[in-house]
Design a protein around this ligand. Sequence first.
Ligand SMILES: Nc1ncnc2c1ncn2[C@@H]1O[C@H](COP(=O)(O)OP(=O)(O)OP(=O)(O)O)[C@@H](O)[C@H]1O
Ligand code: NI
Length: 262
Amino acid sequence: MSGIFCSLRQLSVTYGRGVAAALDGIDLDIVAGERLAIIGESGSGKSTLARALAGLLPEGARVGGEMFWPGLGHAPRPGRDFGVVFQDPGSSLNPVLTIGEQVAEGARRHLGLSWKQAYVRAEELLGRVRIPQPEKTMRAFPHQLSGGQRQRVAIAAAIAARPALLIADEATSALDVVVQAEIVRLLDGLVREDGMTLLFITHDIALASGFVDRIAVFRNARLVEAGPVRSVLSAPKSDYTAALIASHRDLATPPLMAEVLP
Ligand SMILES: Nc1ncnc2c1ncn2[C@@H]1O[C@H](COP(=O)(O)OP(=O)(O)OP(=O)(O)O)[C@@H](O)[C@H]1O
Ligand code: NI
């Protein structure tokens, strides 16, 4: 389980004419089955990387460089090979569809299941993400659940089609610390059990270092450094990363960084 899942070579993304690149010349290998954290302050290009990988860039975005997918063995099928969980499950869950319908939909469409089979799978998935009373929750609507439970449902929907890569983009940032830890534990368990590769995007280097295998640090559209958690934490290659570790918290507040780095 140490083959290369995906190789990025000089990957660049620009959203429009006359604007700075959102990603600039990224060389990065993602190892099959690893849990890789993408760390960086607001605007550094983390979500752009997620969208580029998952085939979710908006129309008009210009992509340069190359992406190879040796771990897939075929051209990526957006929606099928990738599961994505965002910060706000409200935006990924449809308020007028039941939880059961939304989780079943991915399994039905991508795995070719009947609705009946997909509902059985959806209920299993709700159990896997530890939603209490899955059978009852199948018939509930998103607004009837807590934020943490909605995020569990979003995770169930994201893995319904058995993706090879799960991307969690600030998936825990809107949750309180206790629920955050529960969701991290859940994601960690799911990717281990299913052999998925996990891209864990976060502002919070402390949260990520607690469970991932490797860390990639982004700043201003560039990859600053990438390596195993232990080596990045004990011997960061850049002053920027060293400052991050010293400040040891959350990059959501840029002023903090301004204090540490002139
Ligand atoms: N749809 C878009 N159209 C135009 N510019 C965009 C778009 N999405 C992002 N950008 C710009 O691209 C750059 C990188 O944004 P991106 O969302 O990837 O950063 P991020 O690291 O995910 O930030 P955050 O932590 O705030 O989510 C920013 O300058 C942002 O303003
Ligand atoms: Ni983002």
